[in-house]
Design a protein around this ligand. Structure first.
Ligand SMILES: Nc1ncnc2c1ncn2[C@@H]1O[C@H](COP(=O)(O)OP(=O)(O)OP(=O)(O)O)[C@@H](O)[C@H]1O
Length: 223
């Protein structure tokens, strides 16, 4: 990890589009360590495009993205993949656990891929934090939706990423469960030294995470 003063995410002049009008236009964002943010914006405003650019899954047309002091932009796909595995934990809506592996094996694999191979004890400790230690030997299809979501959060955290990004983790949930999942994400991020960015339409999360980045306005609005 870099010094505490190094921003977890530092974006300058980010522009990207798929046609004549850019989706992201000269965007600037700075996330300080430990300050969790929501990434808000209506459908089509560019949240997924921004998450993909931050994660190095796409190379933007213009601009610079620094993740925990290291450049995600201006590098090869291979270098971007390595930086993502080392610095970023991603939780997608479709969870993407490997179905042939148990929960514990999924976490071992994620640890190896992130360059932080880990022990059964460390994995079981993380699963216990998330309340699913008793499901370590289960295959994903045997998990409830809530357990599978907790396993996906554990998998994203196994490499102790500087930045933890969750895509729409609560939109399909009722109020109680949305608050529960958001609180779980915040607590898990805090305990593992990760800064959380939640891409969402879900305005209910503002009460738990007051800092927001809103896309849709020219260049985005940071609060
Ligand atoms: N690969 C692509 N090719 C062409 N256009 C794209 C591509 N990906 C996204 N777009 C367009 O870019 C715009 C932003 O899309 P994006 O998925 O980033 O928005 P979003 O805010 O994540 O939307 P949602 O909340 O509906 O998931 C949309 O108009 C979309 O149609």
């Amino acid at each position: 990890m870099q010094s505490p003063a190094t921003p977890v995410l530092d974006i300058a002049g980010l522009t990207h589009g798929y046609g004549p009008t850019p989706v992201l236009n000269d965007l600037a964002i700075r996330l300080d360590r430990g300050v969790h943010h929501l990434l808000l914006g209506p459908s089509g405003s560019g949240k997924t495009t921004l998450v993909h650019a931050i994660s190095g899954l796409l190379a933007p047309d213009k601009g610079q993205i620094m993740v925990d002091g290291e450049a995600m932009t201006g590098r090869s796909q291979t270098a971007r993949d390595a930086l993502r595995r080392n610095k970023i934990g991603l939780i997608f809506q479709s969870l993407r656990l490997v179905s042939a592996l148990t929960v514990r094996q999924n976490l071992h694999l994620a640890g190896r891929l992130s360059g932080h191979p880990t022990t059964n004890d460390a994995i079981d400790g993380l699963l216990a934090q998330l309340g699913i230690a008793h499901r370590a030997a289960a295959k994903p299809r045997r998990l409830s939706q809530g357990e599978a979501q907790r396993a996906a959060i554990a998998r994203a955290l196994i490499g102790r990423p500087s930045l933890l990004i969750a895509d729409e983790p609560t939109s399909a949930l009722d109020d109680d469960n949305a608050a529960r999942v958001a609180s779980l994400l915040i607590e898990a991020a805090d305990r593992n030294g990760s800064t959380l960015l939640i891409a969402t339409h879900d305005q209910r999360l503002r009460t738990l995470i007051p800092h927001t980045i809103t896309l849709g306005a020219q260049g985005g609005t940071i609060q």
